[in-house]
Design a protein around this ligand. Structure first.
Ligand code: DC
Length: 227
């Protein structure tokens, strides 16, 4: 069977990663969470006190960052490693969410990550979730889905996720963080979050995860039948 690239772009907390992980499992594809890469870069910048407005410092730091993914049997997905250390849990914390949009808006950070993402999927057979996969990383992806959902529903989902990990955060703070990230992600110069012309819109406000997975699989099957 011909292998494709499935690009899942869209707003935060629409269920992109959960959907991508399940679709990848069904198709026997690899799943690459590109948000985790920007989060790992943010963690490194935070720990090493990198000044985001100093291009020299950022450039130097980027040469010191090595990001890899390793499959975690228990989770049924890959964990992200920063310079050999598993940082999957740390990068999901709120302090990283609060700085990641700013970090991912830096042009040289994006160039470095995009180059790495393109290398990772050069043999296709990949589900990649992010913001610019269908527009910038793989404009030739065979399947493109743009995911969105009502902001309050997204915030409630995010709050539940954080609570499951032991972080209790006020809904208003989460909503504000999502709004801010949407604005920064959509208005940055390099690789802004926009729906690719040939992407199919999926509003997940009232969809279950299984429905989201079926939607992508059906789209995949119909595209595959045509190529
Ligand atoms: O998917 P996520 O919420 O874990 O992503 C974290 C941040 O990374 C998000 O606010 C925007 C940024 N990001 C990006 O700019 N480009 C991507 N391909 C993926 C994520």
């Amino acid at each position: 069977m011909k292998k494709t690239i499935i690009a899942l772009d869209g707003h935060s907390s629409c269920g992109k990663s959960t959907t991508a992980k399940k679709v990848a499992k069904k198709l026997g594809y690899a799943f690459i969470d590109t948000g985790a890469m920007y989060r790992a870069v943010s963690l490194y910048f935070h720990e090493n006190h990198v000044t985001l407005t100093n291009p020299k410092e950022v450039e130097k730091a980027l040469t010191e960052i090595h990001i890899t993914f390793q499959f975690n049997e228990q989770r049924g997905a890959s964990d992200v490693y920063l310079n050999g250390l598993n940082v999957e849990e740390e990068i999901r914390k709120m302090y990283i969410s609060q700085m990641v949009s700013e970090v991912s808006a830096i042009t040289i950070v994006r160039k470095a990550m995009v180059a790495q993402q393109q290398k990772m999927a050069k043999h296709r057979g990949v589900v990649m979730d992010g913001r610019d996969i269908g527009t910038k990383v793989f404009p030739d992806a065979e399947i493109k889905v743009f995911m969105t959902a009502d902001p309050t529903i997204r915030a409630e989902r995010r709050q539940r996720e954080l609570l499951e990990k032991g972080e209790m955060i006020d809904l208003d703070i989460i909503l504000e963080n999502l709004r801010k990230r949407d604005i920064i992600d959509s208005t940055r110069e390099e690789g802004p979050l926009t729906q690719a012309e040939d992407a199919v819109l999926m509003d997940t406000s009232f969809m279950t995860i299984d429905e989201q997975v079926d939607f992508v699989i059906q789209l995949h099957d119909s595209v595959l039948a045509r190529i």
